[in-house]
Design a protein around this ligand. Structure first.
Ligand SMILES: [Zn+2]
Length: 159
C-alpha cells in the first residue's frame, strides 16, 4: 500500500462515502502523513457541512437549461457559418482551377473546334492534355475536399 493509494480515497473516507477497510486503515494507522491528511480532509468536510447551503433561485433549472440551449444553438450557428465559408472558398477555388485549366490547356479552343479534335485523333488530344495533368489532379483534389467537407457536415447533422 502506497501513500498515493491511501490519499486517493481520503476524500471519500472523510465524506463518509467510504469506510476505511483493512489495508487503508492499517496504512492510516502506520503513516503519520496520511493520518494528518485524513484529519485535515475531515476538518474541511466538517467546516463545509457547517456552512449554510444557499437555496437555488427560483426556476434555476429552467433558466439554466435555457441558457445551455441558447449557447448550443449559437455554437451550431457558428459551425454552420464556418461550413458555408469553407464551402464557398472551395467552390471558388474549383471554379478558378477550371478557368485556369481552360485557359492553359486550350480546352476552350478544343471544345470550339471539336471537329478538328476528332480529326487529329486521340493522340493529339492526349498530347495537349498531358502538360496540364497536375492541374486536373489539383481540381480533382479540390472537388474531393468539397465532397469531404460536405460528407463531414452531413454526418455531423445526423448525429
Ligand atoms: Zn501514507
Amino acid at each position: 500500500m502506497f501513500c498515493d493509494e491511501a490519499l486517493d480515497s481520503l476524500e471519500a473516507i472523510a465524506g463518509g462515502e467510504l469506510t476505511a477497510d483493512g489495508r487503508i486503515a492499517a496504512h492510516l494507522a502506520s503513516c503519520a502523513n496520511c493520518a494528518a491528511a485524513l484529519e485535515s480532509a475531515r476538518a474541511l468536510e466538517t467546516m463545509l457541512r457547517g456552512r449554510p447551503v444557499p437555496a437555488a433561485p427560483a426556476q434555476f433549472t429552467i433558466r439554466t437549461l435555457g441558457r445551455v440551449r441558447r449557447a448550443r444553438w449559437r455554437s451550431e450557428q457558428f459551425l454552420d457559418a464556418g461550413f458555408n465559408v469553407a464551402i464557398g472558398v472551395v467552390v471558388l477555388a474549383v471554379i478558378g482551377g477550371i478557368w485556369m485549366l481552360l485557359n492553359r490547356s486550350g480546352l476552350a479552343a478544343v471544345s470550339n473546334d471539336a471537329v478538328d479534335l476528332f480529326g487529329n485523333g486521340l493522340v493529339t488530344f492526349a498530347r495537349r492534355i498531358a502538360p496540364s495533368l497536375p492541374l486536373y489532379a489539383g481540381a480533382a483534389g479540390l472537388l474531393a475536399t468539397a465532397l469531404g467537407i460536405w460528407w463531414w457536415a452531413e454526418r455531423d447533422v445526423t448525429l
